[in-house]
Design a protein around this ligand. Sequence first.
Ligand code: ADP
Ligand code: ZN
Length: 221
Amino acid sequence: MQKQVNIIFFGAPGAGKGTQAKKISHELKLPHIDTGSLIREAIANKTELGTKAQQFVESGKLVPDQLVIDLIREKLIVLKDKNFNGFILDGFPRTILQANALKSLLEELKLDLAYVLNIQSPENILVKRLSSRRLCSNKSCGAIFNLVTRKPKEENKCDVCGSPLYQRKDDTEEAAKERLNEYHNKTAPLEKYYRDQNKLIDIDGAKEPEEVYNKIIKILS
Ligand code: ADP
Ligand code: ZN
């Protein structure tokens, strides 16, 4: 089997980890496991997971651990069967309990975790970034815009594919603040968890997206 590169993208909501994970997954041809999108898809499809998760997601709360752990477990088992070259985990783990579950799962599947990229952004820009974020409604495009820093050329229209843009329900100011709260209380402790294992690589997420991207590519090569 060829060498695998398994990476976690870690950071506060609005740090830019989703944008970077998407680009890197494209560039390195690694499957992008985007936990938030998987959960939103489940909500849209009204699956059992979606129904259980909806109220948490829309209010900015973390979804109960076991629901997310089962979801990721399923994804990794399917990938493992495909003789894959690695994966990018985006938005998982977000609690110590999830991190421990991931550790056991990787051991069980005989997979190694290569890096945890810690995308750091100052607190004051996070809420602003989230509440001005707009997304392309075309799922196969998924381009991300920002009314302040990356304005679409035409109002409410995707530059890439022309589809209408929308705002996520949890990108309102109130829900965004709750997401940051959850991050500080439940997710931030993972920084130390992975730093103590020498897995964490700090990346300055306050820089321009292009610069952040180049930095990540350099680290991974
Ligand atoms: P962001 O990182 O910007 O907050 P995501 O799209 O990654 O956005 O996540 C959106 C929401 O999905 C979270 O606020 C939470 O409700 C749910 N979610 C995503 N990943 C997890 C996880 N690992 N554990 C629990 N809930 C999660
Ligand atoms: Zn688009």
